[in-house]
Design a protein around this ligand. Sequence first.
Ligand code: SAH
Length: 434
Amino acid sequence: MKKHSQKNRKNSSGRSNRRVRRPQAPSREAILAKGGLYCPIDGRCGGCMLLSVPYNQQLRSKQAEMEALFADLLDGDTCIRPIVGMKDPRHYRNKVVSPYVGVYDKKARRRRVLCGMYERGTHRVIDSRECLIENQEAKRIILAIRDLMPKFGIAPYDEDADTGFLRHVQVRVGHASGEVMVTLVTREDTFPASKAFVRALIKMYPSITTVVQNVNTRQTNVIMGDKERTLYGPGFILDSLCGLSFRISSKSFYQVNVEQTEALYTRAVEMARLTGAETVMDAYCGTGTIGLVAARGVSGGPGAARVIGVEERPDAVADARNNARHNGVAAAEFVADDAGAFMRTLAARGEELDVLLMDPPRSGSTPDFLKAACTLAPHRIVYISCNPKTQARDAEYLVAHGYRIDEMQPVDMFPHTPHTENILSFERVGNSSR
Ligand code: SAH
């Protein structure tokens, strides 16, 4: 993608990014007195829109929003569960990514490196020392890298001129394992100072278990490139989730709020009400996490007899197969295919499916997937959604085609943001053969 110079860059509303005067924000004291959290860059960063709203109030509004959204689809017997919130809704992001840019500091009369996050709708970096939702160790490592750069002659990337070396750093922290992976995204392949730099970094942060160099030579907004080499350690970290161990590499999809993900998966599998005899499908399975948790069972209950996962990305399917092997789960198989096409094939073959677990992307599912799901007629469907609006659209289809909503469980995966994750379980009614 062609880059424009910083001066001419427009934000999403089409206006220039020159600083505009914002309406007076409430003061630190006023926010804290109300029970909210104060962040000095709130409003500029755009990451947490609800920080100044007390957390209990955030949870109440999300609950009310879900109940209103599904009001016409729930029936008198639907069990509406209260939203699962966090005990401490701070520093929950286990993955932190930061750009590195150089600026001329007029006061100090020298160039210095900024890192932090992009200002909302722009490519301007806000120099930030602290973030209320990011993992604190990850943030400290991001800052330590900034401070080490000059000593090792590592220049920050200049995206307008396409010069410099270090573009971004991603730090991932295993929630339960505490293992830490640092990925240095560089514009060039050759990294002469790599050995000395990595040695110095690990000396400062012995919690780092692996360092990876990712090379991105393209002039693009996409953070990661294709080529990678491990500079230190095994090149991945392990983390455990619902009693299973998962291998996470720099580009693997892994939920960023692991504490809430455990709650989400546990509730979803509980809502599937497995007895140990079921064939379960994990549709849109990513790296197979939900399916593997279902195969194992939760809360001391039985797991599924057989799990079939489907996912369109072959690399995620490879991870899912590795995860199954690594955890000794023999009853799970994973297929790389379009979920709709795969469901149609199963329906045409007249396969038996007892429970369907589905976790589609924000756009929701598709008519051909839902149609084939109704032909396969599993007795339960558990639908996990990161976008309840498209979930409501799909739920309307299922309710019109032989299902009722048995239970609804919202989960707060992203405190201080307007997003809510929602689980619905459907049971087959009417002419069900089971
Ligand atoms: N269940 C997983 C991932 C959910 S994200 C987890 O909890 O980790 C949604 C997944 O759906 C992504 O991995 C995406 O690659 C996949 N996906 C999107 N469209 C798809 C389609 N049409 N068919 C199959 N998989 C699809």
